[in-house]
Design a protein around this ligand. Sequence first.
Ligand SMILES: NC(=O)c1ccc[n+]([C@@H]2O[C@H](COP(=O)([O-])OP(=O)(O)OC[C@H]3O[C@@H](n4cnc5c(N)ncnc54)[C@H](O)[C@@H]3O)[C@@H](O)[C@H]2O)c1
Length: 380
Amino acid sequence: MSTEIRFGVIGLGLMGREFASAAARWIHLTDLDVRPVLIGACDTSEKAFEWFRTNVTSLRILTTNYQELLARDDIDAIYCAIPHHLHAQVYCDIIRAGKHLLGEKPFGIDLAANEKITDAIRQNPKVLVRCSSELPFYPGGIAIIRSLLEEDFGDIVEVESGLLHSSDLNPDKPINWKRIIEFNGEYGCMGDLGMHALHVPLRFGWFPSRVRAQLTKIVKERPDGKGGKVPCKTWDNATIFGEVDLPGSHSFPITFHTKRIAPGETNTWFLKVIGTKRSMAFSTKYPRTLQVMEYKSGGVQAWQQIDLGYQSAYATITGGIFEFGFTDSILQMWAAYCDELAHGRHDMQQPFYCATPEEAHQTHLVFTEALRSHATAWKG
Ligand SMILES: NC(=O)c1ccc[n+]([C@@H]2O[C@H](COP(=O)([O-])OP(=O)(O)OC[C@H]3O[C@@H](n4cnc5c(N)ncnc54)[C@H](O)[C@@H]3O)[C@@H](O)[C@H]2O)c1
C-alpha cells in the first residue's frame, strides 16, 4: 500500500503540466511506496484550466486564488511554477501555511527576494522545501554523482557545467515574461538556467569563492506579438568563471554556462569533472553516452564511451537498453522529492536528493556576484 501525498499545483503552464503528467505516469516507477495525488490546481488565467479539467481526474478544486489551496486540510504539499517576480510572496505564503513545497527555480527574482524565502523556511522548519532541478537525474548525471560519492577522482583539476538553449536565436520569436526584466529579473538567463548548471557542483561543496562573469545581450528587441517591437533587456548568455578553494587542499577553476543563444542546442545540460585519477563527462545531447577516463600514474590516458541506457536513480518498468528523456528526468526528480518527504533524507532509496533552499541561495550569491563583476570588470 503506498502512502499518498496530496498536492496542490500553483501555475498551470509549461511546468505545471509536466508535474501533472509525471504524477499520472507514476505506475512507471516500480519500487516506490509513496505517490503524489493532485487534489487542487490554481492559475490566474482560467484558460489553463481546461487541460487540467480534462486530464486530471483526482482534482477537487480549480481556482484562480492560490490562498484557497493553502487553506485546505486535504492538501499536504504544493508544486509552484509561476513567474519569478511572484516567487517571494507566494513561496512565503505556502511555507507559512505549513505546506511542503517543491518550488521552481530561481527561488526569488533576486537576492533580496530569495532571502525572504530563506527567512520563511527558517521560521517553519517542519516543512520540506526543495527547488526543482531535474536534469541531474539523467542516468549520466546520476552516474557522475554516484561516482563522486564513491570513487577517488584524485585532485579535481577543473569542473565545467551548463545549460544551453537556442530558440532565442530566432529574432522573430515574440517576447514573453522570460525576456522581461520586471518578471524574469536582472539575472536574465542565469536566473532561468543557472540552477541546472550549479546544482551538482554545489552539492559537492564547489561554491566558488571568486567569480567573474561575461554576460551578453544579443537580440536587443523582439516582436511584441501585436505587430510592433519592444526592447529585450534580459541577458541572453552568461559564462561565469569561478575559483573553488578546497579547505586544506588546492583551488581549481569552475565554469558555468547559461545560454539562451547557443546555436543548435535545444536543452543541453552538461557536466564535466576532470580529476587527476578519474574524469567524467555527460551531456543530454547524447543521452546514453557517459564518458569516463581512469588514470593511474604513467598509464594510458583513454576516454571510454559507455552506453548507459536507462539506468535511473529510481527503478522503473523501462528496460535498461532503452533511452531516457526529459520527461523521465521530471519523473525521477518527483520520485526523489516524494521519497524524501515520506522517509527523510537519510532513509531515501538512493542518495541524490532534490536541490535544497541553501543551494538555491548559493546560486543567488553567484548570480549577484556575476552581475557585479560584469558591471565592473569588463567595462572600459
Ligand atoms: N525545471 C525546469 O526545467 C523549468 C523549465 C521551464 C521553466 N521553469 C520554471 O518554472 C516556473 C514557471 O515557468 P513556466 O515555463 O511553467 O511558465 P509558464 O508561463 O508556462 O506558466 C506560468 C503560469 O503561472 C500562471 N500564473 C501567473 N501568476 C500566477 C498567480 N499569481 N497564481 C497562479 N498562477 C499564476 C500563469 O498564468 C501561467 O499559466 C519559473 O520559475 C521557471 O523558471 C523550470
